[in-house]
Design a protein around this ligand. Structure first.
Ligand code: CMP
Length: 159
């Protein structure tokens, strides 16, 4: 837990053994989700699952935005296709907050390949393929901080 972290009672009784650290995560609704008119479905799910939306933007990424954002994958064979895919239409980026938000979002979206995603996860419901897989989520709290800062300036987040 870093300075200024909030702690939240998961069991509602204030029992210390069930307290979990409040966390941010960065999510992207990818071009297939926007094109297929799933923004509303996915935002409804975000609200129903108890995430707080701190910031949200509809954006058209440039090629250099996509290359920088996915730089960690630059040696992977799918990197160029992924970057081209991410600029093929508008995306929605959002910063969410919840106790253990990074893992909570990853559980909610399911496996990278929608064919392997558990029933009722966002990718099982809305994704087209491993590349056009509807949503992105940060993979660690540290990366989430960097990814939130990639899309949101200081002072742009609510809360
Ligand atoms: P995302 O969570 O945004 O992080 C990296 C993305 O790379 C991933 O979702 C997929 O969309 C994409 N990806 C991962 N593996 C492959 C693959 N084998 N082929 C194509 N795209 C992939």
């Amino acid at each position: 837990m870093g300075p200024g972290s909030d702690w939240n009672s998961v069991d509602g009784e204030g029992s210390r053994s069930f307290w979990t650290s409040m966390e941010k995560t960065l999510i992207i609704l990818k071009p297939d989700a926007v094109k297929n008119k799933h923004i509303g479905h996915i935002v409804t799910r975000i609200e129903e699952e108890g995430f707080k939306i701190l910031g949200m933007k509809l954006l058209q990424l440039s090629k250099s935005d996509a290359q920088k954002f996915y730089e960690v994958h630059k040696e992977r064979p799918f990197y160029d296709d992924l970057c081209n895919y991410m600029i093929s239409g508008p995306v929605v980026v959002a910063a969410l907050e919840a106790p253990a938000a990074v893992q909570k979002w990853r559980d909610l979206i399911g496996a990278t390949d929608p064919k392997e995603a558990a029933a009722n996860t966002i990718r099982a419901l809305y994704a087209e393929s491993k590349e056009a897989n509807a949503v992105h989520g940060s993979d660690s709290a540290e990366n989430a901080q960097n990814e939130v800062a990639f899309f949101f300036k200081d002072g742009e987040l609510i809360g």
